[in-house]
Design a protein around this ligand. Sequence first.
Ligand code: FPP
Length: 243
Amino acid sequence: MAESTLNPEKLPAHVAIIMDGNGRWAKKKGRPRSFGHKAGVEALREIIKMSDELGIKALTVYAFSTENWKRSAEEVGALMGLLLEYFRRELEELNRKNVRICILGDIDGMPKGTEKQKAALHQAIEKTQTNTGLILNIAINYGGQQEIVRAAQSLARKAAQGLIRPEEITTESMEAEMYTAGEPKVDLIIRTSGELRLSNFLLWQCAYAEFYITDTLWPDFDRKQYALALEAYAGRNRRFGGV
Ligand code: FPP
């Protein structure tokens, strides 16, 4: 499968990726887990580039979940270091390419010691907020259930203030409270490394998403692998609950 043969009319508007398998990739090579994450960042750079070239509207990647803080201090530190390095290295170029960076997740709820990361995330959002090209959503300190609770709390507050009536709460008003408000729904969700789980990722947004699972570990997920996923998506018959 070559990317040049992809039908532009059958591309997903919004792709979400669970970039799994960095640790196993590193272990297979006898290297520390952080080595896998570093390679994972390189894979991510290429997938962002290809998404931009193909004219995909939104790409969401799961970089760090609310549960990932449970990992060893060493691994959390390595991931936080990579995050900082990523924005230092890539922000200018992403901005030049008209990419709009959005962060899905609770930035301000990140623990003590991550002040530099918080500042870098806010800076990336501000610098690119008026860009009109690829929307790059990076999920950090993110949980899908937490996102839905946050939306419910916001609507409950509005109801308590008398701004809306409970009956006026609809899927559309919930949608408007999500981190991804205004973006296309997720069409395709890719998970690498063969795991068959959603892992608290985009629970709301993936209501009708097509699933693509590959055994490939994330650092090995390259342009060819991405083209295969997009090709598989192009062949799906989406019915959205209809027949
Ligand atoms: C899952 O693999 C991967 C993660 C928890 C982190 C994903 C992060 C990156 C690819 C890099 C950081 C991102 C940015 C934007 C700089 P795993 O560690 O669970 O692998 P395993 O299942 O094989 O142990």
